[in-house]
Design a protein around this ligand. Structure first.
Ligand SMILES: Cc1cc2nc3c(=O)[nH]c(=O)nc-3n(C[C@H](O)[C@H](O)[C@H](O)COP(=O)(O)O)c2cc1C
Length: 157
């Protein structure tokens, strides 16, 4: 494999099993925006920092770069439908999903295994993605098996 072989690289990255999150925020006019992301990672405990990598092809990217706050919904095994909905380009994600407004009006998905309310801390350009780093202001947890992603398939962890 060469590093220019996109398919081989995707296959190699896909061997890394991850959890699944839905990131949510609001545009300046209040429109809710969100997308599915498995590039989420915890970064630091003190200060409490997390990151997610946003691809240049994500239509909601600019909303996240501009918004002062965003939420990370860490999905449970029963939330595969939400993961697929928020991985789509549908204009009606928030009409079809169950959600409520939490702190700062951020859209939160009921049944998430954990919810993190974050303030935008930094944006770092990295290739064809932007690394969004957030400072965690609030966290809440639920219980149950996690939704995972491995080799292009959703799995239960
Ligand atoms: C399991 C899974 C994980 C994903 N992880 C990411 C990610 O970490 N970053 C990203 O930019 N897109 C990721 N995507 C793709 C976005 O969810 C997809 O491009 C979505 O359509 C973006 O929505 P938007 O165009 O409304 O912003 C992932 C998709 C799936 C199915």
């Amino acid at each position: 494999m060469t590093v220019t072989d996109n398919r081989a690289l995707r296959d190699a990255f896909g061997r890394f099993a991850t959890g699944v999150t839905v990131l949510t925020t609001r545009e300046g006019d209040g429109t809710p925006r969100g997308f599915t992301a498995n590039s989420f990672s915890s970064v630091s405990l003190d200060p409490p920092l997390v990151l997610v990598c946003i691809g240049d092809n994500a239509h909601s990217g600019p909303a996240f770069y501009a918004a002062p706050h965003f939420a990370v919904n860490i999905l449970g095994a029963a939330q595969k439908d939400a993961a697929m909905l928020f991985a789509s380009r549908s204009e009606e994600k928030f009409d079809k999903a169950k959600w409520h407004a939490g702190t700062h009006g951020l859209p939160l998905l009921p049944g998430a295994l954990a919810t993190l309310i974050c303030a935008r801390h930094d944006l770092v350009r990295a290739g064809d993605h932007v690394i969004l780093i957030g400072e965690v202001l609030e966290s809440a947890i639920g219980d149950g098996p996690a939704l995972g992603y491995h080799q292009g398939e959703f799995i239960t962890i």
